[in-house]
Structures are given as structure tokens and as C-alpha cells.
Design a protein around this ligand. Structure first.
Ligand SMILES: Nc1ncnc2c1ncn2[C@@H]1O[C@H](COP(=O)(O)OP(=O)(O)OP(=O)(O)O)[C@@H](O)[C@H]1O
Length: 237
């Protein structure tokens, strides 16, 4: 099996007294694209935040490339090559597109410089047209492209996309899915959360479904296509 980039074991996470994640095991190998699915409020974002150290788990371990990260700050997780695009984005609205991209530029953890400014603009032609616009002047879809572009500028090993196409017009959502394929082909691992399971499973190798903070299904996209009752049962589709 290829190198494990993320390995979470027995994750239990709380918000105050609310017990949200109830013993989750979750891993991402190099080059793998994973779909994280489940109805609203089942704990997908909380799992991503637990991995990033934003909402640290109360028990269990999070290892990034075999280093135990419990209690480590989020920037250290990022420095190990994990790029996180949160739900609702988070670009610098007062900086231009160029500035947003350039401030993120750095080689990856193995010195890789696959994603340059030029390649990001080639991949996101819409951003090319908006280079000098301020972040806050962009449409929601353009902001999402800029956030993904900025994450790619860090040459990550894993890209985490929470609610990849939430609230985007269908044409723009399609563009985001195209970009996800380009990212996959470039060899970056990804965790993708999105409500559109059809698009998700077209691109993912493996999928994990959460119900009330527990993993209830883990399997290939083919397995989900062969037995859609799993989706019916757990996602109501
Ligand atoms: N900051 C918070 N404080 C308290 N409870 C929270 C907080 N954030 C999320 N929760 C609760 O934790 C549970 C899991 O939320 P989470 O956002 O992880 O779900 P999700 O599967 O990502 O769903 P969604 O698609 O709605 O974001 C929900 O019951 C939610 O209400």
C-alpha cells in the first residue's frame, strides 16, 4: 500500500458537552481521492477540523505522514503538506487575485513546484481575467476558484475541499469538478465533501459515509454504483 499521508484513529471530538465524533478511523494514502459524505450535521466538517487541529479531538490520534499531531497547531499540519479549503472559503477580500495567489506560493514538502502561478492561471482561466480585482469583487464561484488556486500554490500533498460546490451556479460547479479532475491527475490526494454524490463518486477512488459521528460505510465508488441502497439509506437520495 502506498504511503499514508493522513491516519486518524479512534477520533472522539466534542463541542463543549456535545459528543460529535464517536470513534472515527479515517485514512488517506498518497494519490488517493476520497469522498466524505453524510447528511447535514453528521460530522464531516468536524472531522476535517479535527484533522487540521482546528477542533482538536479529545481522544484518538491524528498522524500526518506518521507524525502524531495531537495538540499541534493548524499551521504545522499545513506545513506538512495538508491544504484545507473550508466551507464558505476565506480569501483575503482586500487583496487582489494576484496578491492572494502570490502570498501562498511555496514549494511542497518534497521540494515539488508543480503548481506555479502560471499553471494555476492556466487551470483557472476565469481568474486570469480578474487578476487585478480585489477578492471581495469576485463572484462566489470565482472566490472558490481563488481559494482552490491559493491552496494549489502551496504545492500540497493533500487538498481538503469542504462543500466544494455549495451555492454555486451549475456551470461554475461543473468548472470546479473539472478542476478537481485536473488536481487528481496531478497526483495530489484529495478529500472532497459535497452534496452531489454523483459528481463526487465520478472522481473519487474511495468514499466514507458518516452518520452521527460514526463511519457507517467505506468503499469504492464502484461499490456505491453497484448498490445505491447504501446511499438511499444514509444520504436519503
Ligand atoms: N462550533 C460549534 N459548536 C457547537 N456545535 C457545533 C459547532 N459546529 C458544529 N456543531 C454541531 O456538530 C454537529 C456536526 O456538525 P458538522 O458541521 O461537522 O456536520 P457536517 O456533516 O459537516 O454537516 P454540514 O453539511 O451541515 O456542515 C452538528 O450537530 C452541529 O450542529
Amino acid at each position: 500500500m502506498s504511503e499514508l499521508l493522513i491516519q486518524a484513529q479512534g477520533i472522539q471530538t466534542y463541542y463543549g458537552a456535545s459528543h460529535i465524533l464517536r470513534g472515527i478511523d479515517f485514512q488517506v494514502a498518497r494519490g488517493e481521492t476520497i469522498g466524505l459524505m453524510g447528511r447535514n450535521g453528521m460530522g464531516k466538517s468536524t472531522l476535517l477540523k479535527s484533522i487540521m487541529g482546528i477542533v482538536p479531538p479529545q481522544s484518538g490520534t491524528v498522524q500526518i505522514k506518521s507524525q502524531t499531531m495531537n495538540g499541534r497547531p493548524t499551521y504545522e499540519v499545513a506545513q506538512l503538506g495538508i491544504a484545507y479549503v473550508p466551507e464558505g472559503r476565506g480569501i483575503f477580500g482586500n487583496l487582489s487575485v494576484v496578491e492572494n495567489l502570490e502570498m501562498a506560493a511555496r514549494p511542497g514538502t518534497r521540494g515539488q513546484r508543480d503548481w506555479t502561478y502560471e499553471r494555476v492561471l492556466e487551470t483557472f482561466p476565469r481568474l486570469q481575467e480578474r487578476l487585478n480585482h480585489g477578492g471581495q469583487q469576485l463572484s462566489g464561484g470565482e472566490q472558490q476558484m481563488l481559494t482552490i488556486g491559493r491552496a494549489l500554490m502551496t504545492n500540497p500533498d493533500v487538498l481538503i475541499l469542504d462543500e466544494a460546490t455549495e451555492g454555486l451556479a451549475p456551470l461554475i460547479a461543473r468548472e470546479i469538478w473539472r478542476i478537481c479532475s485536473v488536481i487528481k491527475q496531478s497526483g495530489i490526494s484529495a478529500i472532497i465533501v459535497d452534496k452531489n454524490w454523483k459528481h463526487v463518486t465520478q472522481i473519487t477512488d474511495r468514499n466514507v459515509i458518516l452518520v452521527k459521528g460514526e463511519v457507517v460505510f467505506e468503499g469504492s465508488s464502484q461499490a456505491l454504483h453497484d448498490d445505491p441502497s447504501v446511499l438511499e439509506q444514509h444520504l436519503g437520495v
